[in-house]
Design a protein around this ligand. Structure first.
Ligand SMILES: Cc1cc2nc3c(=O)[nH]c(=O)nc-3n(C[C@H](O)[C@H](O)[C@H](O)COP(=O)(O)OP(=O)(O)OC[C@H]3O[C@@H](n4cnc5c(N)ncnc54)[C@H](O)[C@@H]3O)c2cc1C
Length: 356
């Protein structure tokens, strides 16, 4: 949905209110302070992102932009009936502060949504000399991945008319779907996994946050609770959340299993067979503490915990050295944007058997 001229004016002003050009001291990096949202081209990126989010949220945001040009609305949130874009920086800041604290939940949500959109597209973007200068000023130096050498599983792009015969169709290739598909396939069923998201591998990640979020996350990384008060990150490409997650592995604690059994009246959650399922997944994804290094930051937390008498332990993670005999796996670094980890094992890749 294209922005009208008035909506664009309101959005430009909104972006520059959150990210104005600021004076900087001698020892401060000019790139960090002097570039405003306009210098960084934030408004155009936010406008593009509106096509990625749920249509209802996008529509609500358009409405909010129109409100910022409405004299009656502006008179109710500022001392002037002038459009938001005609106010001074200080007046615009006051309007935003008023919206953030408004008694009307929809206005607080509009503020939250606007702030998230603008800040994400300011600090996570790359590709223009200005945004690259900003990334470099915050010390972000992306390192490219080697190309993936893992064997490919057969993937078809579904058209409207595709007809496929199978015993079972699993919807979603994330942590749950991949395990279910692999188990069913191992038991002799003909299984198809349907995945709504795209297919990406190591060499296709350019290590830039915004590109990665758009490729790998639901709603391009802009999902949020209905009131927009809290961001919701959910993976939405082949592998689902396992493509983007941090690989930390926790066995479901006994008290949680008891609660599940209690709430669902399903005794399976506390049965030995459930423990065997956990063991099996644990082995298959090669979860261990072998590659969990305690770095300086972690060490400080450990020392603090020790001093306070708190219990701590090293978190297990999927590790790269082990391959299940009949699983496709990505060993040399299918890595999500953001350079979070050197190696990333994608559950779907591990669980779906190698064809032929
Ligand atoms: C950034 C991040 C870090 C995380 N870190 C950890 C961690 O360190 N340790 C940990 O244990 N957990 C972590 N998690 C959580 C973990 O990844 C999720 O709990 C897990 O992936 C959920 O599995 P799932 O199968 O339910 O859903 P998902 O893995 O989200 O998979 C659902 C898949 O279904 C697809 N889909 C949805 N609807 C449809 C449809 N209609 N048709 C076709 N496909 C569809 C989606 O595109 C998606 O690929 C993290 C999550 C995130 C986002």
């Amino acid at each position: 949905m294209n922005l009208t001229h008035r909506e664009t004016e309101a959005l430009d002003a909104l972006c520059d209110t959150f990210v104005p050009s600021l004076a900087f001291e001698k020892d401060e990096d000019p790139a960090l302070f002097s570039m405003s949202a306009s210098d960084l081209g934030v408004s155009a990126r936010v406008a593009q992102a509106l096509d990625m989010i749920e249509p209802a949220k996008s529509k609500a945001f358009h409405f909010f932009l129109r409100l910022l040009g409405n004299p009656l609305f502006m008179a109710s949130v500022s001392r002037s009936a002038s459009p938001f874009s005609r106010l001074s920086q200080l007046q615009r800041e006051r309007v935003l502060q008023r919206l953030a604290r408004s008694a009307v939940p929809q206005l607080r949500s509009a503020y939250q949504g606007a702030r998230s959109l603008v800040m994400l597209h300011t600090y996570a973007a790359n590709g223009t000399p200005e945004s690259d200068a900003l990334l470099s000023a915050v010390g972000y130096e992306p390192q490219l991945n080697p190309r993936s050498t893992a064997p490919h599983v057969p993937i078809w792009k579904m058209g409207d008319e595709l007809k496929v015969n199978c015993d079972v169709c699993v919807v979603g290739s994330g942590a749950a779907g991949s395990v279910v598909a692999a188990e069913l396939a191992a038991s002799g069923q003909d299984v198809i996994v349907v995945e709504a998201g795209g297919v990406w591998s190591a060499g296709e990640f350019d290590q830039h946050e915004l590109v990665g979020m758009h490729q790998l996350f639901r709603e391009g990384g802009l999902s949020a609770t209905r009131d927009l008060g809290m961001s919701l990150l959910a993976g939405a490409s082949l592998g689902g959340g396992t493509t983007v997650n941090w690989q930390s592995c926790f066995r479901t604690p006994d008290d949680v299993r008891e609660e599940w059994a209690d709430v669902s009246s399903c005794s399976f959650f506390t049965a030995d067979s459930f423990t065997e399922c956990l063991d099996s997944v644990w082995r298959r994804i090669a979860a261990s503490t072998e590659e969990s290094e305690i770095n300086e930051n972690n060490n400080a937390i450990c020392r603090g915990a020790q001093a306070l008498g708190y219990r701590w332990s090293v978190i297990a993670a999927t590790h790269s050295g082990v391959m299940s005999p009949n699983a496709v796996t990505v060993c040399s670094g299918a890595e999500s944007a953001g350079n979070r980890a050197r190696r990333r094992l994608i559950c779907w890749m591990r669980f779906v058997p190698v064809p032929g």
